[in-house]
Design a protein around this ligand. Sequence first.
Ligand code: UD1
Ligand code: PEP
Length: 422
Amino acid sequence: MDAILIKGGAELRGRIPIAGAKNACLTLMPATLLSEEPLTLTNAPRLSDIKTMTQLLQSLGTEVTALQGGKVLALSSHDMTSHTADYDIVRKMRASILVLGPMLARDGQAVVSLPGGCAIGARPVDLHLKGLEALGAELELRDGYVHAKAPGGLKGGTVDFPLVSVGATENVLMAATLAKGTTVINNAAREPEIVDLADCLRRMGAQIEGDGTSTITVQGVDRLSGATHPVVTDRIELGTYMLAPAFTGGEVELLGGRLDLVEAFVEKLDAAGIDVTETDEGLKVRRRGDRVQAVDVTTEPFPGFPTDLQAQMMALLCTAEGTSRLEEKIFENRFMHAPELQRMGAHIEVHGGTAVVHGVERLRGAPVMATDLRASVSLILAGLAAEGETVVRRVYHLDRGYEKLEEKLAACGAQVERIRES
Ligand SMILES: CC(=O)N[C@H]1[C@@H](OP(=O)(O)OP(=O)(O)OC[C@H]2O[C@@H](n3ccc(=O)[nH]c3=O)[C@H](O)[C@@H]2O)O[C@H](CO)[C@@H](O)[C@@H]1O
Ligand SMILES: C=C(OP(=O)(O)O)C(=O)O
C-alpha cells in the first residue's frame, strides 16, 4: 500500500498551482443528467473522487470522456440506461447522493442507495429528501435505497432548510431548474461551490437568482441545453498549501489563489502571524516570525472558517506560541487527527466538539495514519515541520482530494515522497 514519507525541516520556497475544486466538480458532473446535450467541464481536478463520480455516471448511461489528461471532462447524458445508483459505488463517496435531484427532475424517477455514515460524522441525508419532497417528489426508503418518483414532474415550492447543508442545497437547486414554476430555497448554503453550480446551470439555460446569499430563487424551465464551464478554484486545496510556509518558514505563491474564497481563513492567519498578499497570479504567503501565535477558531458554514481546513489549522497551532481553542460546529466527530498529532508530540485535549491545543516548540516525526482526507493532509503538513521522519499511511484518503501533492510540495523544496510498503 502507498504511504507518504516526509523528512521534516526544509524551508519552502516556490510556486504551487491550485487545481479546480473537488467539491464543485462533484456537483457539476451530476448536472449533466439535467440535459440531453453535452456538458464540458474545464479545469477539472485529477482525483480518485472524480473517477468514482465518473463510474457512477457511466453506470447510469452517461458517456464521460477525459481529455487533456483529465483536466477536461466531456459528459453526455443523451441516453440514460439506468436510474439506479448502486450501493457499491455510493458507499465509496457520499457525494453520489447528488445524482438524485437531477435524475428525478429529468425523468421523474430515481433509485439511489443511502450513503450511510462516515468517519467524520453520521451525515444523514434527510434534508436532501425533505427538500425534494417540497418539490412534489414521492419518496420511499426500502432495502437501503431511496426510491423516488415524480410521475407528473416536479413542481416548484418553498424549501425551508432548518440548518445549512451544502449538498441538500445543491440537490434541490439542480432539481428546481426543471420543476414547473418557482422554487424558493431559504437558509441555502452560500459556499463558492454553490455559486459555481448556479453559474454552470445558468450557462445551460437555467433561471436562478440569489446564489451566494441565503435565499435562492429558481424559475423552472422546460429543458436545459449543453454548456462549457470552468470549475472554480479549490479553496480547500488553496488553504492547505497556504499553511505550508507557515509550518516551515520561507515563502510560497499559490497560483490561481483568490482572497474572496478564503477571507475568514486569512483573518485567522493574520492573527496567527502569517502574511498573505495578492499577486498578479494568485496569493503569496509567509510567516512573520519564527513561530506562529495561538488563535481560537470556530468552524462555520461559508463565509465562516471552513470545517475542511480545521485539521490543517489544528496541526499548525500545535507548534504555536500559547494555547488555542478549536470548535468544530459542522461535524460531530472531526478530531481524529488529534491522537495522531499527539503521537508526533502535540499537546491537545479534546472535549466533545472542542479541542484545546497547547503549543509546543517542535513536533517529532512518527509513523501516523488518518481516517479521512483532511486529517491525512494535516499530518503531512505537521511532518514538514517535525524533526526527523514521518510516514503517513492510508494515502487513499489523500488521493480523494489532492492531485500530485508530493510533486507540488517537492517543487518548493520539501522532502516528501510516495513510498510503497508491503
Ligand atoms: C462533496 C462536498 O461538497 N462535500 C462538502 C460538503 O459536504 P456535505 O454537503 O455532505 O455537508 P453538509 O453541508 O450537507 O453538512 C453540514 C451538516 O449538516 C448535516 N446534514 C446534512 C444534510 C442532511 O440531509 N442532514 C443533515 O443533518 C451534516 O451531518 C452536517 O453536520 O459540505 C461540507 C461542509 O462544508 C464539507 O465539509 C464537505 O467537504
Ligand atoms: C469531507 C469532505 O468531503 P466529502 O463530503 O466528499 O466526504 C472534504 O472534502 O473534506
